[in-house]
Design a protein around this ligand. Structure first.
Ligand SMILES: Cc1cc2nc3c(=O)[nH]c(=O)nc-3n(C[C@H](O)[C@H](O)[C@H](O)COP(=O)(O)OP(=O)(O)OC[C@H]3O[C@@H](n4cnc5c(N)ncnc54)[C@H](O)[C@@H]3O)c2cc1C
Length: 458
């Protein structure tokens, strides 16, 4: 059995793992990155990036279809689905080869294979026939999609990652779960020409977002032709060769594919964590402290394996924190609520912090500032008057508790509010920061003014 030794071994090459590996190399650690599939992890290969590539095609089509309003005549617009998928593959290829280049540039040894902790031998990792010795081990193996009770993935019952790589554009598609992933899939395929049914067990779409945002999102989804069914359970799913049948309420449906976007679980199956003595919590996520240390000395866990929102940028930041802690540097804890959340459906939805209802439930003296995009010039210029910025604040010190945006470029705009809070600014500061004109960000400034009670445009 061959053996190599490293200062840091990272298992899983997603946005958590590959970023951790780069930071480790920057700190002078001899570093190995083990991946059983493809560098870039699920995020780059199957999830975030492919999703956004296909959504971009849907966005382009939506723009082309509304071109006449801007005085641009387009004779006809049609979807070339094979070309949409080919572009998705090119985008993924460009980004994953970029990551592979970063590994070479940083002198990181990339090892292909499935890795596990060696039980009873701290600091050792097995990959196939080899064993590696490591001073620090970072677990970054991500998560896998969960089916709904009584249903199995297989045939035409698929997960979200498969949805973005479907070989054909479905004529009729059902999406179960109207959270971020389900909303993105529904909004992309509906605009690309599929008939889409969207199901949600809870009483509103995007149920973790602020209620005002959910309401506007549902209205927009219906306008895109999506049949939205909230407070509805999908039952009796039968996958057949050419389609899937199921029921909801009293109705029976048949669709080409049924996508389940109803939750994920940590991918710990092959890691041997339980045998090695790594403690899990009640949701079978890996238990970690603020520096991402597991219960096993020298072993850290990050990303979708550990509590907090399952987001790529959270995984990356945790990778940095874990490696810095392993290097003996002082680190900071992540405030999960302050991580930006973005859904790239149409219209874009983005938020951070507390919703209005959460802020009230937490007993804050809540103040709200709401401004539609149409209140500022840019909303009309760029053709989105129906977007909305909502800030949720605490009256006493002007603290910004949460920010919620729906509309064009919301996923970019949210960062201003996240930065403001990180730098300990509140809504009174927001109201006085000069914003460029005409930009959509002026609606954010106006939301700060609205919270203070002196909205200028509205
Ligand atoms: C459809 C979809 C769209 C999404 N869109 C977004 C988005 O727009 N923005 C966002 O922030 N988040 C998004 N997410 C969530 C995001 O993908 C995850 O939060 C992120 O990928 C987690 O990163 P990670 O590094 O923890 O793991 P992953 O990206 O899951 O990577 C883990 C890697 O570990 C490998 N692995 C697993 N076990 C082993 C083993 N034993 N040995 C070796 N390798 C192993 C896997 O093959 C995989 O490549 C989306 C998720 C889905 C499903």
């Amino acid at each position: 059995m061959s053996e190599q030794s490293f200062d840091c071994v990272v298992i899983g090459a997603g946005p958590g793992g590959y970023v951790a590996a780069i930071r480790a190399a920057q700190l002078g650690m001899r570093t190995a990155l083990i991946e059983r599939d493809k560098v870039g992890g699920r995020c780059l290969n199957y999830a975030c990036i492919p999703a956004k590539a296909v959504l971009r095609s849907a966005d382009i089509l939506s723009e082309v279809r509304s071109a006449a309003e801007y005085g641009v005549r387009v004779e006809s617009a049609a979807v070339d689905y094979a070309a949409v998928q080919a572009r998705r593959e090119r985008v993924v290829g460009t980004l994953t080869s970029g990551v592979a280049g970063l590994m070479r540039k940083n002198g990181i040894e990339v090892i292909s294979g499935e890795a596990s902790l060696v039980a009873g031998a701290p600091g050792r990792v097995r990959v196939g026939e080899s064993e590696l010795a490591a001073r620090s081990i970072i677990l970054a193996t991500g998560s896998v999609g969960l089916p709904i009770p009584g249903v199995h993935f297989g045939g035409r019952v698929i997960g979200t990652e498969q949805a973005w790589a479907l070989p054909e554009r479905p004529g009729r598609l059902a999406v179960v779960g109207a959270g971020a992933s389900g909303a993105e899939i529904a909004s992309a395929f509906a605009r690309l020409g599929s008939e889409v049914l969207l199901f949600e067990m809870l009483d509103r779409v995007l149920p973790t977002e602020d209620e005002d945002i959910s309401r506007l999102a549902e209205r927009a989804f219906r306008a895109q032709g999506i049949a939205v069914h909230t407070a509805t359970a999908v039952e009796g799913v039968i996958s057949e060769e050419s389609g899937v049948s199921f029921t909801h309420g009293g109705s029976a449906e048949r669709v080409d594919y049924l996508v389940i976007a109803a939750g994920r679980a940590p991918d710990i199956g092959a890691l041997g964590v339980a045998e090695a003595g790594v403690a899990l919590d009640e949701r079978r996520q890996i238990r970690v402290d603020q520096a991402l240390r597991t219960s096993l000395p020298g072993v850290y866990a990050i990303g979708d394996l550990v509590p907090g929102p399952a987001l790529a940028h959270k995984a990356s930041e945790e990778g940095v924190i874990a490696v810095e802690a392993a290097a003996g540097r002082s680190t900071h804890a992540i405030a999960h609520a302050d991580i930006p959340r973005a859904t790239f459906c149409s219209p874009n939805v983005a938020s951070f912090g507390l919703t209005e209802a959460q802020a009230r439930a937490a007993g804050h003296d809540v103040v709200v500032g709401k401004v539609p995009y149409g209140a500022v010039g840019a909303g009309t210029v760029y053709g989105d008057r129906s977007g909305l910025v909502k800030v949720v604040g605490e009256r006493r010190y002007g603290e910004l508790l949460g920010g919620h945006i729906i509309g064009t470029r919301a996923t970019e705009l949210i960062q201003e509010l996240v930065n403001l809070r990180a730098l300990e600014g509140g809504y009174p500061e927001l109201a006085r920061i000069i914003h460029g004109h005409p930009t959509l960000s002026e609606a954010i400034m106006e939301a700060g003014r609205a919270a203070e009670g002196w909205l200028i445009h509205g």
